[in-house]
Design a protein around this ligand. Sequence first.
Ligand SMILES: [Zn+2]
Ligand SMILES: [Zn+2]
Length: 344
Amino acid sequence: MAKPKTTIDEHGQVRDRRGEWRSGRKVSLEPLFDRPWEIKALLRWMFGFPGMLYPWFAIYMAVIGVSYAYFTPEFAVMQSWDWRWVAEITIRNIVIITLWNGAFHLWFIKYQMQGRKKKYNGSWMSKNNPTFLFSDQVWDNVFWSYSGVLFWSAYECGMWWAYANDMLPFISFQSNPVWFVLAMLLVPFWRNFHFYWIHRLIHWKPLYDYVHYLHHKNVNVGPWSGMAMHPIEHLLYFSCILIHVVVPSHPLHMMFNAFQTGLGPAVSHSGFDEIVFGDEMALQTDRYMHYLHHRFHNVNFGESNMPLDKWFGSLHDGTPEADAHFRQVHIERVKTQQAKAEGQ
Ligand SMILES: [Zn+2]
Ligand SMILES: [Zn+2]
């Protein structure tokens, strides 16, 4: 008997033959780059919930504020290389990622606090699967994520040493309040601009086969999958921190850049459309765009606050029309490759 095309799961969500659930909501890009500007949409995006400022930006500000004030060595100490302050920063980052990723993991995966409600993929994380290190997807992802923390910490320590030795262009809130605030707001845009190009680069076949394949072993993603990358990808991915070598900034900007790069992937790879608290409250994570990248590979290289995918024709908005379009693109590509091969 043929398998039915769709099934209704335990939460009343329609799942296709592969067990995938689609929110029915189009992947939406943030309105900053829309023309003409729609003031209402812009205000809703900036000050709404969830929006540009709440809750994630505010949470990051709290995390970096506490880390800067209480868990970062004095400048005088960081003027010369010493393993003790390097270890202090590395351990601080290991503790933070363990608490952050661990919290998402416990909620979504370990204790399945919301079951499969709003979960894109119908399956749970892979076990007894030799594709992954230790034949276990979660432990594979955890291993590579901690490898990533070493790169995050190495970049961060390099920057702290340079700040402490007055080698970097420096501003403070007192000296440049407007740029201080603006630069903080621009960090997520810079990160995603940088990520888009790095990401396109590692989809170039030789680099994909050697480096980025490791991240894409995760078709069904979980919070720890985000930073599960090959060390060369970590090296490229965290290089966004180097912007502060040329752009006048305060170490807090550098910290926001580094922390969001290190912690953001847990949210963008949660695999869930919303964090659901009971029957009444839900927080949209809206990471369908990147989930579709894991599902289809050649779409959605960037994130929703940068319309680069839209400009370069790789935006999959999650609709059946986009499915049909990219299926056609794929068929054309295969035909071209075949024609080339026959011509040789
Ligand atoms: Zn990913
Ligand atoms: Zn990719």
